[in-house]
Design a binder for this molecule. Structure first.
Ligand code: ZN
Length: 159
């Protein structure tokens, strides 16, 4: 039985990783990270899921430091604290989902539209102690790496 942490989200889907499963990387969160995942769900993921009315798929939630290194995540990634999730919704575009998070005035710390060539997803984090409401567009240039561009709430909604 999955461990529910909100109406529509389980601990398992927020910690599952194909890379971790394939390479035998331990990706079990500790009590502090589980508490952060619960906060992420109650403040962001569940309200978003309820408003959207469609399933949200978590492509990456908690990442142990080893998993984060293995997939080339940022060294300061909030995924390692259990404070961030990457989302896709098969019923709407990532762009629309990204805008919904802003329209709903959800209390995110960082919201990033991550649009690569092969996959597109929405990264969202919650941290009550930071609460920066940063909105960014990420792109993945030909030569590798990631480029982040800060955008205002207004510009993001008009984009
Ligand atoms: Zn992410």
């Amino acid at each position: 039985m999955p461990t529910k942490i909100s109406e529509h989200f389980s601990l398992e889907e927020l910690t599952f990783s194909q890379t971790a499963a394939r390479d035998g990387i331990n990706n079990r969160p500790g009590p502090q990270e589980i508490a952060a995942l619960r906060e992420l769900c109650s403040n962001i993921l569940q309200p978003l899921r309820s408003a959207v009315g469609h399933p949200l798929t978590v492509s990456s939630g908690y990442r142990s430091p080893r998993l984060n290194r293995a997939i080339g995540g940022s060294e300061t990634s909030q995924h390692m604290e259990g404070r961030a999730a990457d989302l896709v919704c098969f019923n709407m575009s990532a762009k629309k989902l990204f805008k919904r998070v802003i329209e709903l005035k959800l209390p995110f710390d960082q919201l990033i539209y991550e649009g690569g060539k092969q996959s597109i997803w929405v990264h969202v984090s919650f941290d009550a102690s930071k609460d920066r409401r940063m909105i960014m567009l990420a792109s993945f240039p030909e030569g590798g790496g990631v480029k982040y561009q800060n955008v205002s709430r207004k510009a993001a909604l008009a984009w």
